[in-house]
Design a protein around this ligand. Structure first.
Ligand code: 5AD
Ligand code: SF4
Length: 444
């Protein structure tokens, strides 16, 4: 026997990027609006939604091992829905490979999840991987409650077609959500408890729209509008493309106090031949120029990036150029990955794939350098005084965890509540976090 029909409890598990986290939250809100109850553990849920990531092979394979693990000791299994980018890329094939899956729903179609679950509960499998650009957001329930730090997807999809990347195929063409909808959603999030909003998009700095006066604006215009909301204390955005760092956005870093001094700007590699083969459409020099301008506007900005080692044909010398770039920039933090061939992307059929052992070694060297710089950045922060947005309790009695303006994790003890902005002095640095000493609570 299987679970009750229709399902009464659900559990949404998101993998991968922050946009998936956002989508997962919205799916949960959608199911709750149908009268279903969220279960903390997937063992207790009648419906389990796996909100998947397709960016690297490992992430994709994880879905299938997870599906296997959903089978319970008593032989039953929940109703399983696969959402996200694996759903988009593999569609009905998922059901052929994993018959326990009854619903497959892509990232642009999840507003239809309740109908599809009802259909599956009635015994008929459901697949939806259409990519209508706009329908989804309008069909979702309005935002209500939020933690102190909230995500807001403002832009989806990608037109850049980097040769290694599946995103243009799984998330489709670039679309920007309308200005008014975003201002409204941000207001609801702030009213529901958010003090910080991170604007999300695969190419978030390519966002464009028309403001309330009908003027064409870019992401900086949206940021300036959101900054006028007195309930919001902090604004961030991620992920950006170097070529979309406009003058206006760079200037906003110097002019908008609520825009936090942090920029995630992926470069991927530090060699121009590799960047060309990746179709990145920027060079090492043009990337460094952008960083120089951002630093001129906001000297204390913390920089972050993404890197891929072992792109097909990457030589040892070319890889070492990446290490040189890392040395030149001094990242506050960064993400680094081994190249993973994705079916259907141009790079997958390029010659000279780099052996796994070589990729392992390059990743180790790169991560050593990035960790060294992250630790150095944290160490250089000691002695600084800054506001920390309290996000949750720490592991120790009376301890709180939050984020500095530079997105460092900071722990401290003292009087505080979740959602407070607390002024602290940073007193000790570790590789991944800092200890703070409370000076005062910041007035709302
Ligand atoms: N292999 C390895 N890393 C990848 N990324 C995207 N596609 C691949 C791939 N095929 C990385 C890039 C991107 C981040 C989200 O994931 O660094 O910026
Ligand atoms: Fe992928 Fe490149 Fe688009 Fe980023 S810019 S989502 S890496 S294609």
């Amino acid at each position: 026997m299987s679970t009750p029909t229709p399902p009464r409890t659900f559990h949404v598990k998101s993998f991968g990027c922050q946009m998936n986290v956002y989508d997962g939250e919205r799916m949960a809100e959608l199911l709750a609006a149908q009268g279903m109850t969220a279960a903390d553990a997937r063992d207790e849920a009648d419906l389990v939604v796996l909100n998947t990531c397709h960016i690297r092979e490992k992430a994709t394979e994880k879905v299938y091992s997870d599906i296997g693990r959903l089978r319970r000791d008593d032989g039953t299994s929940p109703l399983i829905a696969v959402a996200g980018c694996v759903a988009q890329a593999e569609g009905e094939e998922i059901m052929a490979r994993a018959p326990a899956v009854k619903v497959v729903v892509g990232p642009q179609a999840y507003h239809r999840l309740p109908d599809m679950v009802a259909q599956a509960a009635a015994g008929k499998r459901a697949t939806e991987t259409d990519m209508p650009a706009e329908a989804k957001f309008a069909a979702l329930p309005k935002r209500r409650r939020s933690g102190p730090s909230a995500f807001l997807t403002v832009q989806e999809g990608c037109d850049k077609f980097c040769t290694y990347c599946v995103v243009p195929y799984t998330r489709g063409a670039e679309i920007s959500r309308p200005f008014a909808d975003l201002v409204e959603e941000a207001k609801l999030l702030a009213a529901g408890g958010a003090r910080e909003i991170t604007l999300l998009g695969q190419n978030v700095n390519a966002w464009e729209g028309e403001d309330d006066k009908g003027r064409a604006v870019g992401l900086d215009g949206l940021i300036r509008a959101l900054a006028t909301d007195p309930d919001l204390a902090r604004i961030r955005y991620t992920t950006s493309h170097p070529n979309d760092m406009t003058e206006g956005l760079i200037a906003a870093h110097g002019e908008v106090d609520k825009l936090m001094p942090f920029l995630h700007l992926p470069v991927q590699a530090g060699n121009d031949r590799v960047l060309r083969a990746m179709n990145r459409s920027h060079t090492v020099e043009s990337y460094l120029k952008v960083l120089e301008r951002v630093r001129a506007a906001r000297p204390d900005i913390a920089l972050s990036g993404d890197f891929i080692v072992g792109f097909p044909g990457e030589t040892q010398q070319e890889f070492e150029d990446t290490l040189r770039l890392v040395d030149a920039v001094g990242y506050a933090q960064a993400f680094s990955f081994k190249y993973s061939a994705r079916p259907g992307t141009p790079a997958a059929t390029m010659p000279d794939h780099v052996p796994a052992a070589v990729m392992d070694e390059r990743l180790r060297l790169l991560q050593d350098a990035l960790n060294r710089d992250q630790h150095a950045f944290n160490a250089a922060s000691v002695g600084r005084t800054c506001d920390v947005l309290v996000e949750r309790r720490g592991r120790h009695e009376g301890q709180w965890l939050g984020k500095s303006p530079w997105l460092q994790s900071v722990h401290f003890t003292g009087e505080a509540q979740i959602g407070d902005l607390v002024r602290v002095e940073l007193v000790e640095a570790g590789p991944n976090s800092l200890a703070g000493k409370v000076l005062a609570k910041v007035a709302a």
